[in-house]
Design a protein around this ligand. Structure first.
Ligand code: DGJ
Length: 756
């Protein structure tokens, strides 16, 4: 709901209120963002702007000696007008950087949305948008600020449009999507950083005076710093969450001012960015979302619900994602039709639903040095073509999926030899390479046309149900031969716009295909890609322990259905860690499940385990993919609990990081969100443990009797006191009452309402 009264704009979601007002001077001043307020009597007492005296700080003008831009809680701050904090907008005119004062002009409120950046959030009749027009007090430069309110999801979507109504060209140096000033300075900042193989590791730091920057300069959102950030108040635990619907360079600055306030700005990274705007032109920023929650789990759920409902679209929006087998870690580049068919045969036998043919099926691509860019099926690998191969896969009852990497080229390829100028490279310098590949200049229409037509022909020639869209390097060496790219400072943003245009063409042409984004694992894991592709490959690292922290970080902001999660071989190809396939499954089950290992080489027991895992996953798939995910707290730092629920059935995974003997404790499971007035039956997912796990102790193991767990407990106990789980093995023999679990061991519990 959006209301305007006496110069106050009040935006309400089910659980939050966002309020700002127009000061007498025309400045916008944020008044409140937090727990929903329904009675606004005395709201004037909430704002400090205009009431305080500050020494040696510039005031607005002689008539407004109490109005300090430094303490106004601006909605879109500009530089050089007395506010010494980071600004949202920087414009270069004829004389260089302009000092702008954006003042209120008008507003309109309407149902739904009437603006979309190419990657965008949907809106429906339940949503409303407030658009505020600001004008500079001197120059004919206007800014439109937009706020779309998603009541049920507790999310507000923001964006801005900059309009150049001057009679000459100006240069945009910075145009943020969102700026918010909060009147507190007791925050912890949560960020999701890392690198290949360790994406989105949660880091929590206390904010002190000054600026913290979280950004990407790599041309992609990057595995180094995700645009997802949260601010958590130390005093109350309340949380503000932010994310950007964009797939390129982004920047989030969080600044604690000397006057007790914290400013968050998010948008395209101004680093090396500039954008020429001719007279009469406008520039649209990407959209950004923000949420308020009483605790982090609430903020995460708001982002999950919002993403599932308004970011992900098309036929696969709420459709259960198939269990897939991917050829990559099974055979890498050693593609032989016979071997692939044997893999698919085994997959079909074990209950899989989708076979994905990864890298290596095209041109001369027999390793990563050659062939990228030559998008025709290799007759060496598939003498009868892909159509025939895909039909063979379908005849086994499996869907067929295909890998592609449209944005890249190997210098050793027919494409590069024909069009060396299609690469992003500075004339006279050799571009930096990664994995022997260069980046195609997809700001150019002719490049996009080639990629579309060649790949469209391949996809149409076969019966394709799924596509993995990979991208295995970052952008360097800024130069484009595209004449509409006015300067190197425009290139990275134009690249993202080109990417969206191309992705849009494919997804519109093939609406029934399930697309999965990928960039060396999770190097482009963002809401922009998700608005085209319903899921993204989270990380190349499938080691269960490391994967647990990667998934935990990812799930802070993105829903399980969007998170590609695979079980692969042991010892792991990224970690050399040995683990049970049942434990690897438990961690992967909290996303869109896949396997990528050579099924034909597995022991009978592991095959039986996979068969059971897939059957279990299918039974509860809807809950795993679309239920509410919450990590549960544990007083033991070696224990992690995750839960998913649809409100009726709850599934909990217990992850034991390190086995410690003789602690005298049993693990305590508390599920705070269960109803106190119900009773629940708790059972465990019984797993297969092979002989090798036990070594000499094997003769003591009675697999029929062990780990049978079933009890009925009141919701009152479960939600408040918790229950004790079976004691763990600690060196005293394998009696039937104990749980033989070791380092990186997992167990899964199913909690269902008990009929009394
Ligand atoms: C990187 C991806 O993350 C992998 O899953 C695999 O598809 C390889 N690329 C193939 O080259």
């Amino acid at each position: 709901m959006i209301q305007e009264e006496k110069g106050y704009f009040v935006l309400s979601t089910d659980n939050s209120s966002y309020i700002f007002r127009v000061l007498g001077t025309g400045h916008l001043d944020n008044v409140y963002y937090g727990k929903r307020l329904d009675d606004l009597t005395g709201i004037e007492r909430l704002s400090t702007s205009g009431n305080l005296f500050l020494a040696t700080i510039p005031y607005y003008d002689e008539e407004h000696q109490n109005l300090f831009p430094e303490i106004i809680r601006s909605e879109y701050p500009t530089p050089l007008k007395g506010d010494a904090r980071e600004s949202a907008l920087e414009i270069e005119g004829k004389r260089g950087i302009e000092s702008l004062t954006l003042l209120y002009d008008s507003y309109r409120i309407f149902k739904g949305k009437d603006f979309s950046f190419p990657a965008f959030a949907n809106a429906d009749e339940k949503t409303e948008t407030l658009e505020i027009k600001l004008k500079d007090e001197l120059l004919p430069i206007e800014v439109l600020l937009r706020y779309t309110v998603y009541e049920e999801e507790d999310v507000i979507l923001r964006s801005a449009t900059i309009i150049n109504s001057t009679d000459s060209a100006i240069k945009l140096r910075n145009a943020a999507s969102l700026s918010l000033d909060l009147p507190y300075d007791d925050f912890n900042l949560l960020t999701y950083s890392g690198a290949w193989g360790r994406e989105r590791q949660e880091e929590r730091r206390k904010l002190l005076s000054g600026i913290v920057v979280n950004d990407s300069k790599l041309g992609v959102t990057s595995n180094e710093h995700s645009p997802l950030v949260f601010l958590e108040r130390e005093l109350t635990g309340e949380v503000y969450g932010f994310n950007l619907i964009y797939s390129g360079n982004h920047r989030e600055t969080v600044e604690v001012s000397p006057f007790g306030k914290t400013r968050v700005i998010t948008g395209i990274n101004p680093w090396l960015f500039e954008w020429k705007m001719q007279s009469g032109e406008s520039f649209n920023t990407p959209e950004a979302i923000m949420t308020y929650g009483e605790k982090i789990e609430d903020a995460s759920l708001s982002f999950h619900h919002f993403t599932n409902k308004y970011i992900i679209r098309g036929e696969w929006q709420y459709r259960e994602r198939p269990v897939l087998i991917n050829s990559w870690e099974a055979v890498y580049f050693n593609l032989e039709e016979e071997k692939l068919l044997a893999l698919a045969e085994k997959a079909s036998e074990l209950g899989f639903e989708l076979f994905v043919l990864d890298d290596g099926w095209f041109g001369s691509r027999r390793n990563d040095r050659r062939g990228l860019g030559d998008w025709y099926v290799s007759p060496e690998v598939f003498p009868d073509g892909l159509g025939s191969f895909s039909e063979k896969i379908h005849s086994m009852g499996l869907m067929f999926g295909l890998w592609m990497e449209p944005e890249m080229v190997n210098p050793d390829s027919e494409l590069y030899r024909k069009h060396p100028d299609w690469v992003i490279e500075i004339p006279g310098r050799k571009a930096a390479l990664t994995r022997h590949q260069a980046v195609l200049d997809i700001t150019r229409e002719d490049v996009r046309d080639y990629l579309y037509s060649s790949l469209e022909a391949v996809i149409s020639s076969a019966n394709v149900d799924y596509i993995k869209w990979d991208m295995n390097r970052t952008i360097t060496d800024l130069f484009s031969s595209n004449p509409s790219c006015h300067s190197n400072g425009e290139l990275q943003h134009r690249y993202v716009l080109g990417l969206y245009e191309l992705a849009g063409r494919f997804t519109e042409r093939f609406p029934e295909i399930l697309f999965e984004g990928c960039a060396s694992g999770g190097n482009r894991y963002d809401l922009g890609m998700l608005s085209f592709m319903p899921q993204i490959w989270t990380s190349d690292n499938t080691d269960l322990y490391q994967r647990m922290t990667i998934e935990a970080g990812t799930l802070r902001g993105f829903p399980q259905s969007a998170m590609g999660a695979h079980v692969s071989a042991s010892p792991g190809h990224q970690s050399l860690r040995t683990s049970l396939i049942e434990n690897r499954f438990d961690v992967a089950a909290f996303g869109s499940l896949g396997y990528e290992l050579d099924l034909t080489k597995l022991s009978e027991l592991d095959q039986e385990a996979i068969r059971n895992e897939i059957a279990f996953y299918k039974k509860y798939r809807k809950i795993f993919q679309f239920g509410d995910f919450r990590p549960l707290s544990s007083s033991d730092p070696e224990l992690v609990f995750w839960s998913v629920t649809d409100g009726k059935t709850t599934i909990v995974m217990e992850f034991i990081k390190r086995m410690l003997p003789n602690t005298g404790k049993c693990d305590r499971l508390i599920i705070p969100f269960l109803s106190s007035d119900k009773h629940y039956r708790i059972t465990n997912r019984r797993i297969i443990i092979p002989k090798e796990f036990f070594g000499d102790l094997w003769p003591q193991w009675n697999k029929e009797e062990n780990e049978v767990f079933e009890c009925v407990v009141s919701g009152d106990i479960l939600s408040k006191a918790g229950i004790l789980l079976p004691p763990r093995f600690m060196g005293n023999g394998l009696q039937s009452s104990i749980s033989p679990v070791s380092d990186n061991g997992t167990r899964m519990y199913i909690i269902e309402e008990a009929q009394d």
